[in-house]
Design a protein around this ligand. Structure first.
Ligand code: UD1
Ligand code: MG
Length: 436
């Protein structure tokens, strides 16, 4: 008999008060994408393996419009694009138990439900899959040296689940317990629905705790606890300090992945590579470099120190981006170099071109962005300003300090100098001039 449908539920209905930024914590950036996107991406992969279930996202009264706008822009809502998330609004954030009750109200009878808090972005699909495979359901726990802030797992004499005690309800004995609740549960939907309906708010926070309902369901079903020893995966984000800790872990993991694939990283703790960056083997990242989400760097490239590669940057083989160079929507051909103090925005640079120190593509006129094209083997002199839209031809040269004005394209092989830049007269041409 096939396993019952696995519905996925993400709780993100809280007010984000402890974050103190005023905005929703679900949209805080973590390595180039919002916290919530990390959770949804992982669950989307899980859903692909359990396509019979539904995907429910619980949002709250304060932040739901900002979150819905983001979901719509990303095409993640049910019936849109590749999305499939149904929104349920929790009218008042009365606690995680109430949020779960709202989600269950949108689901049919029967089936199982995997609930995840929207603020635990590092959870891995494999872990969730292992939790879903526990007979009788289960919850995820982790051992934390510093358990502050989490619900503590209380076990009975036989090691089974007895209770989850929230931080606010802990006494000295329970506060010392290092096994914490990750806030991830896989439960029979009908049993949870019934348990949530019975929840009271007789606790230090006056909230309806999903933890209480989950314990009741698991004790009745004989479900288990999936305990992780390396707790990094279950870190929750309740404060900006938590976010920084989670980001440090994720950045380290991203860099470990690149190093395992042959990327040389001189100082991983001083290097930021966001999600979804492609880097070829043998490329080298020097310290204080930032590679934003989606950047592509081919084999043999050298980046940094102090380089900022922004969205849309593509470096072909052996290209080099050096000190204090910023790139955005910039494609550099094989062996092209921009080694010092340069801004390359909305441009393409041909293979083996050399971009001198202090070059600027002036891509924005206050209203519109325009493109700059630099041909193969071009030599851009130090301090050149290229006012877009403009094209510098193959093997063309600009003199130091030249300002190449818009649409004054430099032909292949030509040399321009000055402000505004004009063709340089060679001595032969000057001699011919004087003969006129
Ligand atoms: C929760 C757990 C705690 C666990 C920790 C793991 C409860 C009572 N406590 O605590 O045992 O160790 O997660 O990270 O469940 N939310 C709603 N509606 C609400 C309240 C919260 O949707 O009314 C959402 C929040 O937006 C958040 C998630 O539920 O995404 C968890 O809420 P949060 O307040 O962060 O719970 P914790 O105190 O972290
Ligand atoms: Mg939390």
């Amino acid at each position: 008999m096939p396993a019952a449908d696995l519905h996925l539920v993400v709780l993100a209905g809280g007010n984000s008060t402890r974050i103190r930024t005023g905005g929703p914590k679900a949209l805080l950036d973590l390595c180039g994408k919002p916290l919530l996107a990390h959770v949804l991406d992982t669950l989307d992969r899980l859903h692909a393996r359990h396509p019979g279930g539904r995907r429910i996202l619980v949002l709250g009264p304060v932040h739901h419009s900002a979150l819905e706008a983001w979901l719509r822009k990303e095409g993640r809502l049910a019936g849109e694009g590749t999305g499939g998330w149904e929104i349920v609004i929790q009218e008042e954030p009365r606690g995680t138990g109430d949020a779960a009750r709202c989600a269950l109200g949108a689901l049919p009878a029967g089936g199982r439900v995997l609930l995840v808090c929207g603020d635990t972005p590092l959870l891995r699909e494999e872990t969730l899959e292992a939790l879903a495979a526990l007979p009788g359901g289960g919850l995820l726990s982790a051992v934390e040296e510093e358990p502050r802030g989490y619900g503590r797992i209380l076990r009975d004499a036989r090691g089974g689940l007895e209770a989850i005690v929230e931080e606010a309800d802990c006494d000295a004995r329970t506060a010392a317990i290092q096994e914490v609740n990750a806030g991830v549960y896989c439960l029979e939907a009908d049993a949870l629905r019934a348990a949530c309906a019975r929840l009271g708010a007789d606790n230090a926070q006056g909230e309806l705790y999903l933890t209480d309902a989950a314990v009741e369901v698991l004790r009745a079903s004989g479900g288990g606890i999936l305990r992780l020893e390396d707790s990094g995966e279950t870190l929750g984000v309740n404060t900006l300090e938590d976010l920084a800790r989670v980001a440090a872990r994720r950045r380290a993991a991203i860099l470990r992945g690149h190093m395992a694939r042959g990327v040389i990283v001189d100082a991983p703790e001083l290097t930021v590579v966001e999600e979804d960056v492609e880097i070829g083997p043998g490329a080298r990242l020097m310290p204080f470099s930032v590679l934003r989400r989606g950047v592509r760097v081919a084999s043999g490239c050298v980046v940094g120190p102090f380089a900022h590669l922004r969205a849309g940057t593509v470096l072909q083989e052996r290209a080099e981006i050096g000190n204090f160079v910023e790139t955005k929507n910039a494609e550099l051909g094989a062996g092209a170099k921009a080694k010092h103090l340069t801004y390359l925005g909305d441009c393409s640079v041909g293979a083996a071109a050399n971009i001198g120190c202090g070059t600027i593509t002036a891509n924005y006129d206050g209203k519109r962005k325009s493109r700059t094209e630099i041909g193969e083997e071009a030599f851009i002199g130090s301090g050149t300003v290229l006012v877009a839209p403009v094209r510098v031809g193959r093997a063309a040269v600009t003199g130091a300090g030249a300002v190449v004005t818009r649409n004054r394209d430099v032909p292949d092989g030509a040399t321009v100098v000055g402000v505004p830049a004009r063709p340089l007269k060679t001595s032969a041409a000057e001699a011919a001039d004087s003969e006129d």
